[in-house]
Design a binder for this molecule. Structure first.
Ligand SMILES: Cc1cc2nc3c(=O)[nH]c(=O)nc-3n(C[C@H](O)[C@H](O)[C@H](O)COP(=O)(O)OP(=O)(O)OC[C@H]3O[C@@H](n4cnc5c(N)ncnc54)[C@H](O)[C@@H]3O)c2cc1C
Length: 338
């Protein structure tokens, strides 16, 4: 713990967080800003992705007097879920209303601009980057921040995508309370299904695992699953019966069916935006953009935050890493300019 404290303290000092709280009266207007001319669309930072992570970073940067452009294609991963939970002050709000409120607060800063569009490529120049959009506009900036999230890949089970985020859910912390004690399925296999079973057993005792094919558990795992009265069904799934995304039944290929009202599943995902990889950003084994403690990638002047960088998928984590990325980019720039 002592070591942890030490590390965290030296990290904060090194990254300028402690220093920045000793707000100096030094006038920002005397800092030269070479070439950052808005009419030529030369921004300090371009943030690609204008959802929770991107907007959070934009607020930190906008308030730090940075000229920021946020480019967003309007497809956050939680767009189908009716209510978002477990983010303090916004619990139970509609996802797009949280984002809308964030956007209106961020755009009060005249340092921040928002562009609706899809960024499709990036070119590295001597002084930074040029980002090009699908509709042919290009924008220049010194630094790039990817807050582009991930795309969940829906399995080929009819009804799954319609129920996604409504009654087929990925995270008990986000939606488990709302379906507590309900008749619930886990659509997964092996270690992941075992982990899910351990976790979700805390929210409901009416649990069944659906492996959609041969079950793959160790004898120890099987022992524990049985001890906790959780059945395993290996039958292949044909489709989900649902009404407006509310699941009613899993229907198997043999035409039999199982009644239930909630399913946990974590589909595969891919990066929503391919530009970081094209720029040479290193990826983790799980498929996230690799960042250090300052949200910096291995490519100079390129940062990333939110779901694109983290296993911990939550609005609060997206906001937190976005806020950190914003502060760290500003910290780097103040160092360069001083
Ligand atoms: C179904 C579901 C329900 C969830 N429910 C909850 C919940 O209740 N509580 C909770 O805390 N978390 C929940 N989450 C997790 C939460 O939604 C994510 O952690 C959060 O949205 C991540 O924010 P982000 O800004 O990193 O990415 P996202 O919100 O996914 O936003 C990424 C943005 O980048 C844009 N983008 C991507 N590529 C480009 C490009 N090339 N050019 C321009 N724009 C681009 C996208 O259009 C999108 O607007 C849920 C997730 C899912 C999938």
């Amino acid at each position: 713990m002592g070591n942890l404290r030490q590390t965290r303290r030296s990290f904060l000092i090194q990254s300028g967080i402690i220093f920045s709280t000793l707000a100096s009266p030094f006038p920002f207007s005397t800092i030269a800003k070479p070439n950052y001319m808005k009419d030529e669309k030369y921004f300090d930072v371009i943030i690609i992705g204008g959802s929770y992570a991107g907007l959070s970073a934009a607020m930190a940067l906008g308030r730090a007097m940075r000229d920021v452009l946020v480019i967003d294609s309007g497809l956050p991963c939680n767009r189908q879920t009716p209510h978002s939970h477990n983010f303090i002050t916004q619990d139970g709000e509609k996802p797009h209303e949280i984002a809308q409120k964030a956007k209106s607060q961020v755009l009060k800063y005249d340092t921040v601009e928002f562009h609706n569009g899809l960024a499709i490529s990036s070119t590295k120049t001597d002084s930074g980057f040029i980002i090009t959009t699908e509709t042919g506009e290009s924008f220049k900036a010194k630094k790039l921040l990817f807050a582009t999230g991930v795309k969940d890949i829906m399995p080929s089970i009819d009804g799954f995508s319609e129920c996604w985020g409504i009654s087929v859910i990925h995270c008990p912390y986000c939606h488990g309370y709302e379906v507590r004690n309900e008749k619930t399925g886990i659509l997964a296999n092996g270690d992941f299904a075992f982990h899910y079973a351990q976790l979700i057993n805390n929210w409901t005792k009416d649990l069944t695992i659906f492996t959609n094919g041969e079950a793959k558990f160790s004898p120890e795992q099987l022992d524990k699953i049985t001890k906790n009265n959780i059945a395993i069904i290996e039958k292949e799934i044909d489709h989900l019966n649902h009404k407006d995304g509310k699941v009613r039944q899993i229907v198997f290929k043999d035409k039999s069916a199982f009644d239930l009202t909630a399913i946990y599943s974590r589909p595969k995902f891919e990066q929503h935006c391919k530009i970081p990889e094209a720029l040479g950003c290193e990826m983790t084994e799980q498929g996230h953009i690799k960042v250090d403690m300052l949200q910096k990638t291995n490519i100079d002047n390129v940062f990333a935050c939110g779901d694109s960088t983290s296993l911990m998928r939550s609005v609060s984590n997206a906001v937190s890493t976005g806020n950190l990325a914003g502060a760290m980019i500003n910290n780097v720039m103040t160092g360069e300019e001083f």
